[in-house]
Design a protein around this ligand. Structure first.
Ligand code: GLC
Length: 473
């Protein structure tokens, strides 16, 4: 093991990581991504206040976008064993570096990603410009460990930016502060001279990214180990970013609150008023992982998208292109199905408002103003119980308990076909006469106009429910 490899390992030990990694969500396991307050004391700096003043306007497009494509691509793609392999498998740096020479992606692979994102209904893209492995996918004056000076022989970030813009998609840069390759990447925690050098290097790379590619829409920091926000000089970092890109939005992973929170591999709404985006893999890996066959289904993705939209959040869904830049076919298949669904059901996702809905086993909800979207995840078909229970007649019935608004009309979103319904006290809505087979796939959406903001409160229904004597009379 080289000195560098040893210092990487001891650095991870320092941050309490050694031996305790759950490789599907390491940063989370390490508690490295938890949103931290800028100062730890709740104090707001002048820079924070300026950013807060423009936040609503800067983020308007992002809130309407709802769905983005995350792209993890780097030297780890050549290895094809997950983007944490360097650390997880303790690969010596001189060995790992060899992949930089053998990374030869096809030209303009990013065009296919951008076209795929467009077909999938994704409105923005976020690509790894430098992951924890330290390899820069862009042209930089600060290191030779970058795409133009190694195997690729060209600036892969520039290709990506051009490809996204050509499809009318917003452009985001992922940037990992943690660096397993740079000699100061670990030392910076214990050696002040190394910290100063490494912070200058980090700010310098970010400055290049914010200067050389025109307007950038999102800066997506990642893992701020091993330094504190003060040690990273994160306030100054964000100030520089906003000076260079006044309309950008930044996340919370440089230790400051930034503009939005970043729950990873799970969906968790922030408190009202705070923007959030769930990032998630399509299988279990961010970077290309040849053996990982744990692909999510189109239904899971559509369902997650609806869950995010219901909570007023965004969904950033990852692809891990192969070393040549091509996208694994499984990812293409899922994204195309999701895109086809969004083509006719986008209304129920994109412009929706945060709502107040419980988790129901078969049904999810989103809303826009007084319009309720009922996403039927599992179509009920004809229940055998319908022969005895008039509640499940006529035809196929979708029933919703606890809806606190009066429905004035109902239709199938895909076809516009109107749907009959009854709404009785206490709070039971029955949509009746529906087809036996699900009219849409992977989920069927019903659009319900209501007389006021629709909310669903099952408890209220339970508390109003007339109780009968127990037993069958
Ligand atoms: C974690 C992982 C990293 C991945 C990121 C995406 O921080 O360390 O591999 O890029 O999550 O959110």
């Amino acid at each position: 093991m080289t000195i560098d490899a040893i210092s990487r390992r001891s650095f991870l030990k320092q941050v309490g990581a050694a031996g305790a990694l759950a490789y599907s969500s390491h940063a989370e396991a390490l508690n490295l991504t938890a949103p931290q307050s800028a100062t730890g004391s709740g104090a707001v700096s002048a820079a924070d206040a300026t950013q807060a003043a423009t936040r609503a306007q800067r983020m308007a497009w992002w809130h309407a976008a709802k769905f983005g494509m995350f792209i993890h691509w780097g030297l780890y793609s050549v290895l094809g064993q997950h983007e944490w392999a360097m650390e997880a498998e303790g690969i010596p740096i001189p060995q790992y570096e060899l992949m930089a020479k053998h990374f030869n992606p096809k030209p303009n692979a990013a065009r296919d990603w951008a076209r795929l994102a467009k077909r999938a209904g994704q409105k923005y893209m976020v690509m790894t410009t430098k992951h924890h492995e330290g390899f820069c996918m862009f042209d930089t004056k600060l290191t030779d460990y970058c795409a133009p000076k190694q195997g690729p022989g060209r600036d892969l970030v520039r290709e990506y930016v051009e490809a996204a813009r050509a499809e009318g998609l917003r452009v985001g840069f992922y940037y990992s502060l943690m660096d397993w390759h740079h000699p100061d990447g670990a030392k910076c925690k214990t050696d002040e001279a190394a910290r100063k050098r490494f912070v200058a290097y980090t700010h310098g790379l970010i400055r290049e990214l914010m200067t050389n590619y025109g307007k950038i829409d999102v800066l997506w920091y990642d893992v701020d180990a091993p330094l504190t926000p003060e040690e990273w000089e994160s306030e100054r970092m964000n100030q520089m970013v906003f000076e260079l890109q006044p309309e950008i939005i930044v996340n919370n992973r440089n230790g400051l609150d930034g503009d939005f929170s970043t729950p990873e591999q799970h969906i968790e709404a922030s408190k009202e008023g705070r923007a959030w985006e769930t990032c998630m893999t399509l299988n279990d890996s961010w970077g290309y992982n040849r053996g990982d066959d744990s692909w999510k289904t189109p239904k899971e993705i559509v369902s997650n998208l609806a869950t995010c939209a219901a909570g007023g959040g965004n969904y950033l869904l990852n692809i891990g292109p192969k070393p040549d830049g091509s996208v694994p076919q499984e990812s293409v298949d899922v994204l195309e199905k999701v895109g086809a669904w969004l083509d006719t059901n986008g209304k129920a996702i994109y412009l929706t408002d945060r709502g107040s809905f419980p988790a129901a086993p078969n049904t999810q909800f989103t809303r826009r103003g007084n319009t309720l979207y009922v996403h039927q995840k599992y179509w009920p078909g004809v229940t055998p119980a319908a022969q005895w229970l008039s509640f499940f007649q006529p035809g196929v019935v979708v029933a919703i308990g606890g809806l606190k608004a009066k429905v004035t009309s109902a239709r199938l979103l895909k076809s516009g076909q109107s749907v009959a319904f009854t709404q009785n006290e206490p709070l039971t809505l029955r949509l009746t006469g529906l087809p036996v087979d699900a009219p849409d796939s992977p989920m069927t959406v019903l659009e319900l106009e209501c007389d006021s903001e629709p909310t669903i409160d099952a408890w209220e229904m339970v508390s109003k429910w007339p109780r009968y004597k127990v037993g069958i009379g």
